[in-house]
Design a protein around this ligand. Sequence first.
Ligand SMILES: Nc1nc2c(ncn2[C@@H]2O[C@H](COP(=O)(O)OP(=O)(O)OP(=O)(O)O)[C@@H](O)[C@H]2O)c(=O)[nH]1
Ligand SMILES: [Mg+2]
Length: 462
Amino acid sequence: MNLSDSDETIAAISTPPGAGGIGIIRMSGKRALYIVKKLFQPKDQNCSFASHRLNYGHIRHPEGGRILDEVLAVYMAAPYTYTREDVVEIHCHGSFLVLQNVLELILAHGAILAAPGEFTKRAFLNGRIDLTQAEAVIDILSARTRKGVDLAQEQLSGALYRKIEPVRQSLIHMRAIVEVAIDFPDEGIEIIDHRSLIEQLTLEVAAPLKNLLGNADRGRLYREGVSIVIAGLPNVGKSSLLNALLQEDRALVTAAPGTTRDFIEEIIDILGVPVRIIDTAGIRDNAGEVEELGIQKARELINKADLVALLIDGSRKISKDDQRLYEQVRHKQVLLVLNKIDICGHNPPDLSALVGIGHCVKISAKKLLGIEELKQAIFAAVTSGSQQWEEGGCAPNVRHKQALLAANESCERVLASLENGLTNDLIAVDLQDCLDHLSELVGETTTEDILDVIFAEFCLGK
Ligand SMILES: Nc1nc2c(ncn2[C@@H]2O[C@H](COP(=O)(O)OP(=O)(O)OP(=O)(O)O)[C@@H](O)[C@H]2O)c(=O)[nH]1
Ligand SMILES: [Mg+2]
């Protein structure tokens, strides 16, 4: 792996655009200290830019001495920095115009504007973090639930790397054994014991790979989340349910059917899963023009949703309309929710008309009854397809999953070859394949294309 092209010093505004208490400009590279010394006038005459110390002062235009901002500046000497290069941060007031002015001055003094993710890319290329840790940085920035942040922090601390690395080492060891057997065919029988190789491969490679693959679907869930449409006839309490889940009066609720026209969506955290929850127009025939548009939209959203929460009014009997709507949505994964149990009390309607329906969650959106149970049921429904989740484990992303699947395939080929007594050459090729996929996963070997794709997802200044 090449080291980064560290002749260039990069700079960017690292805090989000807009007004804030402070805004930070970051530089990384050999010229960083030289540039800050040119532009920063410390209050302390004896300021020597000791590493990792904050200095108070002003950024002044070198020509004319105009003050651009009152700042704190810190120099961090390589290699104990984010990028392992010299890093300088200037903490300005959080005005985009001020930050822009200071950044322009820095660029005029020989730094170049950093590409998105370039600081983290340098951290990776300079060997401070592996590729899974670099990806964890994106996950931390984009996580939408606390669970998502926790998982990303684990990965940033190297959890995934620590799982993969022993598997890689084990493969390297086995490949060496097989290669010796290839090079010295006569002694091969003594050197290579297929039985023990099978055992080692099963225990040290196949099992950990399967565990990680088992966690991959759940990882996707925590990262990307799911979408749930609340569907139902008019007036069954869909908007009331949205409000109950959000714990705020987000959607209009009235006693008149046909209140909601346009759909309303919000993201909520259900046991760590970011859930996009969408309230839709009640579905009925003979609606007016505007309501009809809302109903069409509702049908589209139902078709795209991961899960449909079909809401039924529990205060009245199941009607033909309920049955018809159920028939229309049952091709999807449906969670049946009976609302208004505060009115129906101990006499809920007979649901047997809804053929094939399994479990039904009983709630009162208005009186906030059964909402926790509903969240549990939603969680159970969206995780039902995923394999066993190892708590405290890591959550591979889509790229990791592809590499793990490919490695797993190669591993299975090696096992089959060993079982069937195939040639060592063949075994060596598949062992190498397996190793290659894992090396690519952690970034031990990675093409420029893959890096471009990964780091393009970053925001500027990270
Ligand atoms: N008693 C009782 N009334 C409820 C409950 N949930 C909703 N309601 C009432 O039912 C009526 C309709 O509620 P909404 O939430 O607007 O129903 P909706 O399904 O969004 O209706 P549309 O948008 O018109 O399709 C309102 O008067 C609510 O107060 C409940 O759990 N118990
Ligand atoms: Mg509504």
